[in-house]
Ligand binder design. Structure first.
Ligand SMILES: Cc1cc2nc3c(=O)[nH]c(=O)nc-3n(C[C@H](O)[C@H](O)[C@H](O)COP(=O)(O)OP(=O)(O)OC[C@H]3O[C@@H](n4cnc5c(N)ncnc54)[C@H](O)[C@@H]3O)c2cc1C
Length: 400
């Protein structure tokens, strides 16, 4: 088989890159190891409405619920809560969402081969010239690696593996009471060390609950969380597992003949691990640059570097700010978090929280971080807890 652009992986970033490459005129093929697109699911499915608009993805039957509010719970149970007057995020059926992206890609001529696992790169004098697996071989001008968080091919090609990998898990719980339209984030190092646990209302009967952890067995921790949140052992679906990436993008995302996108490139939000929107935006740049490389007959690393320059100029500052926020979050012990939550409550910062939820961007979080730290009271509180050095580092980076 021969294609101008060949993509490993039919997750959202592989499909968006393929769509863009085909839209820009390149003959494009995607190889997916599983028999069905979007299966097995491994995502909590919380996606910002603004992010979908940025990606130009229309609404559809993949939307299951809308989210307007957020409740943060500290280790000792202090809560901070804020609502927006309008919906900020959708809870989605991720398999259906991925299928919609596949349908869009197919509609403009992308070919998708399922049950086809890419196993090795085809190389010619050091350049990647495609890949092969059991029963197939594809030669391509540009290969796009969108194999997700478990990436092995990109490291075999000589690129770095993302850092800050956490064990993520999610279940759908039946018959429990939660507030509709409100996401809960629980911070507690005994339940979810290095991250948080989440509760996302789905419909009248189902609630998505999950967590990520830097240590220990995720499912045991999730069962302990469900017990704490709902009491007893609520009935729930089989768990979905996956890797959540919080370490920011890898330092280099291209080689001769190869571009890496999405989770495989660490293009997720370091604060929350969400990767559909930012990874998707990078994927669109990948598709554009790959098609341009094809039309110019120039797929050297010198040319493909344009991809990295492009996603970095669009999102580099966002990734840096969120990585730094993540590093500061990782320094907070449970008692620090309790102090922070209590102080925010006492300092009367509710109007600020409400404004951040009302106006803040869920994906481009740099301005939210900036505004929060630009508030003198909040800065004073954070300074007492984090120490001057950490904060001056953060403020410097954000040019406050
Ligand atoms: C528990 C959990 C909850 C999450 N919740 C959210 C959330 O609420 N919102 C959000 O934005 N993000 C969330 N994420 C992150 C999100 O799932 C990822 O950022 C997103 O799926 C990345 O898309 P991708 O296309 O890069 O990778 P993936 O979606 O992982 O797709 C990679 C595809 O490549 C295929 N593949 C892999 N290797 C090969 C191979 N060798 N050959 C052929 N095919 C291959 C895989 O089967 C898969 O279909 C969550 C992640 C986890 C683990």
């Amino acid at each position: 088989m021969r294609a101008e652009v060949a993509v490993v992986g039919a997750g959202p970033t592989g499909l968006l890159a393929a769509y863009e490459a085909a839209r820009c005129g390149a003959s494009t093929i995607v190889y997916e190891e599983h028999p069905g697109i979007g299966e097995p699911p491994h995502c909590a499915g919380l996606i910002s409405i603004q992010g979908l608009r940025r990606l130009g993805i229309e609404t559809g039957d993949y939307i299951l619920n809308e989210i307007r509010g957020c409740r943060l719970i500290s280790p000792s149970g202090i809560t901070l809560e804020a609502w927006s007057s309008k919906s900020k995020a959708y809870v989605i059926d991720r398999p259906r969402f991925d299928q919609l992206l596949a349908e869009k890609a197919l509609s403009i001529g992308v070919s998708i081969e399922t049950s086809s696992r890419a196993e090795r790169w085809i190389r010619d004098r050091g350049r990647i010239k495609g890949f092969s697996g059991v029963g197939f071989r594809v030669e391509a001008d540009v290969s796009i690696d969108a194999e997700g968080a478990g990436a092995v091919l990109s490291t075999r090609a000589g690129l770095k593996r993302p850092r800050g990998l956490l064990g993520g898990i999610n279940v759908e719980v039946e018959g429990v009471e939660v507030e509709d339209g409100l996401v809960e984030l629980w911070f507690n190092s005994r339940l979810a060390p290095g991250f948080f646990a989440w509760v996302i209302p789905l419909d009248e009967d189902r609630t998505r609950c999950g967590l990520a952890t830097s240590e220990g067995e995720a499912y045991e921790r999730l069962k302990a969380f469900l017990h704490k949140r709902f009491g007893g052992e609520p009935k729930h679906s089989k768990p979905w597992r996956g890797i959540i990436i919080t370490g920011g993008p890898i330092t280099r995302t291209y080689l001769d003949g190869l571009i890496v996108v999405g989770d495989a490139a660490g293009q997720t939000k370091p604060t929350t691990g969400g990767g559909v929107i930012l990874g998707g935006l990078c994927a669109r740049e990948a598709g554009k640059v790959a098609a341009e490389a094809v039309s110019r007959g120039e797929s050297s690393s010198r040319f493909l570097r344009r991809y990295e320059l492009s996603w970095k100029s669009m999102l580099g500052g966002e990734f840096s700010s969120m990585s730094l926020a993540r590093r500061l979050m990782n320094r907070l012990r449970d008692e620090d978090l309790d102090k922070l939550f209590a102080a925010v409550k006492e300092a009367g910062l509710q109007p600020l929280l409400t404004r951040l939820v009302e106006e803040g961007d869920m994906d481009m979080q740099r301005n939210v971080i900036r505004e929060a730290l630009g508030n003198r009271r909040l800065l004073g509180i954070a300074m007492r807890i984090l120490g001057r050095i950490a904060l001056s580092e953060l403020r410097g980076l954000l040019n406050l």
